[in-house]
Design a protein around this ligand. Sequence first.
Ligand SMILES: [Mg+2]
Length: 209
Amino acid sequence: MKKRITIGIDLDGVLRDFAGTVIKLTNYLYDTNFDVKEVTSWDFSNDLIKEKLPAFDMWEMLKRHKSRLEDADYYPNGVKLFEQLRLTFPDDNVWIVTDQITEFRKLTLEWIIRTLPIQPTGIIFSFYKDKCKLPLDCMLDDRAKVILDCCKAGITSILWSQPWNTLKNPEQRTFYSLLMQSSKVFQSFHRADNAEEVIKIISSLKEKA
Ligand SMILES: [Mg+2]
């Protein structure tokens, strides 16, 4: 019998549309007209919003308007990916691994239960730096920093393509150059933007398990 593997999947930026929620709420509260298409960096509250609103504090805003996060949209391709993972690997662990401040944990849990057609086998609230320390065989995340750390830890890592992690962005060029420094680290790295590709990567990982 093949070993049971553990797959970690991130929430914000993969399943839940965090950026879109922040942009919509900012426009509503500050009468601005940001477009989610302008979000091309991971730290968009600093790089984009603070350019126009220097005193902007994203976390304070979200804490004051938690219900917006509760009602956040989901990414159809992310939810499809999650469903496919659960159906394709029914005997394996599929964990949602997400970095949430204490105030947002309960509503995030409720969002997951309400939104996902099949529930994960586990939910881990983990600080982003600690994701690579979890007993994972595979991690899928939209944040390059997390993926780099997981690759270094020898975890098969999948960077989920989003406009804020493309090569056009200087921050990402640094990420790729760090990744290229070791062929062993680079071997753990994959990039995907659809469920089929992810299933293929994990199936080949399972073959080796
Ligand atoms: Mg994320």
